[in-house]
Write a protein that binds this ligand. Structure first.
Ligand SMILES: Cc1cc2nc3c(=O)[nH]c(=O)nc-3n(C[C@H](O)[C@H](O)[C@H](O)COP(=O)(O)OP(=O)(O)OC[C@H]3O[C@@H](n4cnc5c(N)ncnc54)[C@H](O)[C@@H]3O)c2cc1C
Length: 300
């Protein structure tokens, strides 16, 4: 094995790179700051036939206690370029919150719906980032502003693809079936008064703060279980009387039943046990099968 990657680190603790603050060590780790460095790292793992995981904000994953046997590439390639015709090209490691701030100050609308959600552009594409529309009657998906994207295909080719390529749906995209990597995305935005954009952002933040546990106090990875149409996973968990249930340091949030939070010293094992317990109890009491939305990464 010879990974020829600058600034390669060994035995790197992964917990600090996740919103859960949970997880073991990665055998190898590198943080890349440019798309060229990202492509180079991916070619090196391919040359060495080594398992790899591409990490964004770590906001939709649970890293196991034993950690990851292979290379974790943390994507910090975050250049964002605004051009004419209300377009923005963002590298896949760009943080959505940073783009929202820049869009708001330029009077560009499209991203503001996703305020308060920890995500890189790559992570957002992976699961079709979404939030409720301002009237709370529909869901707004990131796919609605995606125009084209440069990807590195599973086969190792750089290609520019249109939005249809991604086969976006609720919580899913083609990236969950093929090992393509998003390099950058061109978004089509529209002009709007800054005050209107700011009003949507403020309303969304207020909505979140009233209903969801604060990440700084209660580390989590957001909703754990997939939405069940017309019922809602959180509502089922609440109906089953599971709010506040704890295993080790993991707790079904008292504020939002679809969040399992880290009370401070939770292990991945605690979270996984609690997930299983919730699934069993909801099935037993209410007859529904809850499916997880988060990805478990690493050795079990
Ligand atoms: C408090 C909280 C609230 C949340 N609220 C919401 C919400 O309202 N709506 C919502 O949709 N989500 C929500 N989430 C979930 C999470 O924020 C999103 O799923 C987000 O898009 C994850 O992005 P990430 O950069 O953290 O991806 P990561 O968790 O780092 O990675 C997720 C997956 O994406 C893959 N990936 C990352 N970058 C790329 C790339 N460049 N190319 C290909 N694959 C890539 C990874 O390999 C991994 O498989 C919430 C999470 C938290 C913690």
């Amino acid at each position: 094995m010879s990974l020829n990657i600058p600034n390669l680190e060994r035995n790197k603790p992964l917990a600090p790179f996740t919103t859960y603050k949970i997880g073991g060590l990665s055998d190898f780790f590198v943080e890349v700051h440019t798309i060229d460095a990202l492509i180079h790292a991916l070619f090196e793992v391919r040359r060495n036939a080594m398992p790899f995981f591409l990490l964004g904000c770590g906001a939709n994953i649970l890293i196991t206690d034993k950690g990851f046997r292979g290379l974790v590439v943390r994507n910090a390639a975050n250049k964002v370029t605004f051009s004419e015709c209300e377009k923005v090209v963002a590298e896949s490691g760009a943080i959505v919150a940073d783009i929202i701030g820049q869009c708001c100050s330029r009077g560009l609308s499209g991203f503001e719906h996703f305020v308060g959600i920890p995500s890189t552009v790559g992570g957002a594409m992976w699961q079709n980032l979404h939030f409720l529309s301002p009237d709370r009657k529909q869901t707004v998906f990131i796919e609605s502003i995606v125009q084209t994207s440069r990807i590195l295909t599973e086969e190792g080719r750089c290609r520019t693809v249109g939005v249809d390529y991604f086969q976006f749906d609720y919580d899913t995209s083609i990236l969950q079936k093929r090992k393509d990597i998003v390099l950058d995305v061109t978004f089509q935005l529209s002009a709007k008064q800054k005050e209107e954009i700011r009003a949507i952002m403020d309303a969304n933040m207020a909505w979140r703060n009233a209903r969801q546990p604060q990440l700084e106090e209660y580390p989590s990875c957001g909703s754990v279980f997939k939405k069940i149409k017309d019922v809602g996973a959180g509502r089922l968990i609440e109906q089953a009387g599971l709010k506040g249930t704890c295993i080790g340091g993991a707790e079904v949030s008292k504020k939002h039943a679809n969040f399992i939070v880290n009370k401070g010293k939770a292990t991945a094992h605690d979270v996984l046990q609690l997930i299983q317990y919730v699934q069993t109890e909801v099935k037993r009491k209410l007859g529904y099968d809850l499916e997880t939305e988060i990805t478990v990464v690493g050795e079990l």
